[in-house]
Design a protein around this ligand. Structure first.
Ligand code: PLP
Length: 405
């Protein structure tokens, strides 16, 4: 009889967004006349930019002709896209990334979940708390996290680094030395960021402790303040300790078309000198068969002059929603964070209400869906996330409803 990977059975509950989807579906089924607005899951609402659509059409036509047809993509991704990434995302910021350090993928979720494959299960991992759930769950699936402590709502051998209003959402260096440190900046769910000196401290710490930083920069395009780094490689010494992940989902609306990439510098080595770049190349080549040609062409178009201008407009649209949410909630007396360099607003629930109770209140009395902070980790209790990814109209409507609670 076959045996299953019972690490899956040790995961607490179900995936946060499935739980929310079930609750919302049940509410809608019981109240079919209600118009429910979602400011919950971080999915975009603006259509793909015209430059991206043009590139898709062109690539589709190429696929229909024998002379320009494309089969399997190269392991690392097409050079035209990796060059556009190296030139636009890195060279412009004074960072040299070689083309064979860039691995094109179908998104940052898969990469941040799959990266555990190249590390031993003995590593101690450190995550910010609250945390994007994929980091912890993917480690739990591969058996790295010991017991789930139900009373504390955390895993016994994960170092949780609380990020709350008290420390301005910047984690402090942990007492127990981690081997792998997950940093998401701009942060999901809190929408907050680190300045370059704050991030430099983590890079220095990782180099000193011979730890690896998994740096998730999926929201990089939303950074508006000059002192927030766009890439961890802007920090000195980051190439010997950091892997960076990026996504086309939030900067260009590719949540449905799927595209992302991971940078693994060749300087990043284990204690015996093994290059993590080679391990990830092997993993990528074995278990991933490339983002589609047409999608990689669409990704290339994001870096064209027209593509840059059009996607900048989309980001401005969402950030306008973010400003509206921040300002309106502040006027109502809520304490709010984020929403300046990220499309997420992290608010304190009124009168210390539990996050899930506030979720129920918003759903039932305002017909607005948000995300309970405690779903992202113990330190998220008492907080709540709203996204700026809705339409401007729905965002305004949702805020009016919250005002009339
Ligand atoms: N990383 C973070 C921090 C995210 O919030 C998300 C999506 O919400 C992702 C990665 C997923 O990105 P992708 O759509 O590229 O898989």
């Amino acid at each position: 009889m076959f045996k299953i990977n019972d690490n899956y059975l040790k995961l607490p509950g179900s995936y946060l967004f499935s739980t929310i989807a079930k609750k919302v579906a049940a509410y809608k089924a019981a109240n079919p006349d209600k118009d429910v607005i979602s400011l919950g899951i971080g999915d975009v609402t603006q259509p793909l930019a015209p430059a991206v659509i043009d590139a898709l059409h062109k690539a589709v036509d190429e696929m229909g002709k024998a002379e320009t047809f494309h089969g399997y993509a190269p392991d690392l991704g097409y050079e035209f896209l990796r060059k556009a990434i190296a030139d636009n995302d890195y060279k412009t910021r004074g960072v040299d990334i070689a083309l064979d350090e860039i691995f094109v993928s179908d998104g940052a979720k898969s990469d941040s979940g799959n990266i555990v494959d190249i590390f031993s299960q003995d590593n101690v991992i450190a995550v910010t708390d609250p945390v994007y759930p994929v980091y912890v769950d993917s480690n739990a699936m591969s058996g790295k996290t010991g017991e789930y402590l139900t009373d504390k709502e955390c895993w016994s051998n994960v170092v949780y680094m609380p990020c709350t209003a008290e420390n301005n959402f910047v984690p402090e260096l942990p007492e127990k030395t981690p081997d792998i440190i997950y940093i998401c900046c701009p942060n999901n769910p809190t929408g907050t960021t680190m300045t370059k000196p704050e991030l430099q401290k983590w890079v220095d710490y990782a180099n000193e402790k011979k730890a690896v930083i998994i740096y998730d920069a999926a929201y990089e395009a939303y950074i508006s303040e000059a002192d927030v780094p766009h890439s961890i490689y802007e920090c000195d010494g980051a190439k010997t300790c950091a892997i960076e992940m990026r996504s086309f989902s939030k900067n260009a609306g590719f949540t449905g078309t799927r595209l992302g990439f991971t940078v693994v510098p060749k300087e990043l080595k284990s204690s015996d000198g093994t290059m993590l770049n080679s391990l990830w190349a092997r993993r990528h080549g074995t278990k991933f068969n490339g983002a589609p040609y047409i999608i990689q062409r669409a990704g290339e178009a994001v870096y064209s002059e027209a593509g840059k201008a059009q996607t900048r407009e989309q980001i401005a649209y969402y950030m306008n929603n973010a400003k509206e949410i921040r300002n309106t909630l502040s006027d109502m007396g809520y304490t709010v964070f984020g929403g300046v360099n990220a499309p997420y607003i992290w608010l304190q629930t009124p009168e210390g209400m539990k996050s899930w109770d506030f979720f129920d209140l918003l759903l039932e009395k305002a017909n607005v869906v948000g995300t309970p902070g405690s779903g992202f980790g113990p330190s998220g209790e008492g907080y709540f996330r709203l996204t700026a990814f809705g339409t401007a109209e729905n965002t305004k409507k949702a805020l009016e409803r919250i005002r009339s609670l």
